[in-house]
Design a protein around this ligand. Structure first.
Ligand SMILES: C[S@@+](CC[C@H](N)C(=O)[O-])C[C@H]1O[C@@H](n2cnc3c(N)ncnc32)[C@H](O)[C@@H]1O
Ligand code: SF4
Length: 409
């Protein structure tokens, strides 16, 4: 499982330094709740999630109680820091599989967020879900409780690809879940993964076409990452499965862009496509624009006013911290101005609305040279650059990481 960074010691009372006051002005506040349960672990996944035999006594209801305790704790920390009162602009339940909790439990967590800190009127409230563990009644209960959006882990429409990925659902589950979510009045996003070992370009086309035919509001298309320490990495190392090929991955991204844009889905972040600007993920945009968020639960990361911290990973260790009445943070980092700007460039360059060239120049006064080169190489649009913005072309989206390295000099 991915290791957490080292960082500085986090204070037991969670107290934030005075610097957050200056760095939080003009920032909206967002909530992420991490639900670390999965029925089965998919071979490619290194998220902080546990199957029932790995939980060391933690149960769904004890985890919920611990999350609610962290929400109450956060209200105190935010108030003590002297920050002006802000309601949450978005809420996102992620995992793991949040829908391993009952709908009533998810709605209860939402009510406590609303009561302790507040949720803005019209806020986007999303839960991730696996297609085979939600049904009509479940989704109707979520919608009635205030949820506005569901993000379904579809991954592929091809049975053999789902099997390589160790997914427990079949293609029919996705159509049922999308229909149930729509009839409950929820906005729908589906996640797709391209590049599973053995997946052909034609199979990827089939997944894209099937996803489009479901008429969701939003589609994420992720290139499969082979994470160290996963079963997939072991299978590839052992020669049982083939490493995704870089050129084929680029071809699959281009196919996604072509089919999705023809079907009316515009890209707004390298891996994310939405039917209209209103159906972009406001929560993910808040991360990419370095707003403030509190991440609740085991292993969750938070970012408030230029301070970042991350919670202890195992749900049992998290439970112990809560029982001791101390902050569940493992460590934290007070970001320097330079780190904040570097991170801003890394994230904002991937958003369609683009990154202001001025921001890049604050870190690299010589940036004009790599920018001219990027225009000549067809990575960014020349007219946007003349207006002072870096706007990626299709080729630029494929080479975004290398472009950032050049920009930073
Ligand atoms: C961590 S999952 C949580 C949602 C839910 N449990 C599911 O799998 O549908 C969120 C998304 O991360 C993506 N993901 C996880 N591991 C990945 C990997 N190694 N490479 C690319 N995408 C990955 C999947 O598309 C998944 O839908
Ligand atoms: S269901 Fe989702 S969170 Fe769980 S192991 Fe699979 S990809 Fe990871």
């Amino acid at each position: 499982m991915a290791q957490l960074p080292d960082g500085d010691v986090a204070p037991l009372d969670g107290a934030l330094p005075a610097s957050v006051l200056a760095n939080s002005s003009n920032k909206t506040l967002h909530a992420y709740l991490h639900i670390p349960f999965c029925r089965v672990r998919c071979g490619y996944c290194d998220f902080n999630t546990y199957t029932s035999s790995e939980l060391r006594g933690v149960t769904q209801s004890s985890l919920l109680d611990d999350l609610l305790a962290e929400i109450r704790f956060s209200r105190q920390v935010l108030a003590n820091a002297g920050l002006p009162k802000r309601e949450f602009s978005t809420v996102f339940f992620g995992g793991g599989t949040p829908t391993q909790l009952s709908a009533a439990q998810l709605v209860e967590a939402l009510s406590v967020l609303r009561y302790e800190i507040g949720i803005a009127a019209g806020a986007e409230i999303t839960t991730e879900a696996n297609p085979d563990n939600v049904d009509d009644a479940y989704l109707a209960e979520l919608a009635a409780g205030g949820f506005t959006r569901i993000s379904l882990g579809m991954q592929s429409a091809v049975d053999s690809v789902l099997k390589v990925l160790d997914r427990t659902h079949n293609p029919a589950n996705v159509a049922k879940a999308v229909a149930a979510a729509k009839s409950a009045g929820l906005q729908v996003s589906v996640d797709l993964i391209y590049g599973a070992p053995g997946e052909t370009v034609e199979q990827w086309r089939e997944s894209l076409e099937t996803a489009i035919a479901l008429e969701p509001d939003h589609i994420s298309a992720y290139s499969l990452i082979v994470e160290d320490g996963t079963k997939l990495a072991r299978q590839i190392r052992g020669g049982d499965l083939r490493q995704p090929d870089e050129d084929e991955q680029a071809e699959k991204y281009e196919l996604a862009d072509e089919l999705l844009s023809k079907a009316g889905f515009g890209w707004y972040e390298v891996s994310n496509f939405s039917r209209t600007p209103e159906t972009r993920s406001a929560h993910n945009l808040a991360y990419w624009r370095s707003n403030d968020w509190w991440g609740y639960g085991p292993g969750a990361h938070s970012h408030i006013g230029g301070v970042r911290w991350w919670n202890v990973k195992h749900p049992a260790t998290f439970a112990q911290k809560i029982a001791d009445g101390v902050s569940p943070a493992l460590a934290r980092e007070v970001l320097s101005d330079e780190t904040r700007i570097t991170e801003r460039i890394l994230l904002e360059v991937r958003i369609k609305d683009g990154l202001a060239i001025e921001v890049v120049k604050t870190l690299n006064p010589e940036a004009a040279k790599p920018i001219s080169q990027a225009i000549a190489d067809g990575l960014i649009e020349a007219d946007a650059a003349l207006r002072g913005n870096l706007h990626l072309t299709l080729k630029g989206r494929l080479l975004a990481d290398a472009l950032v390295r050049d920009l930073l000099g």
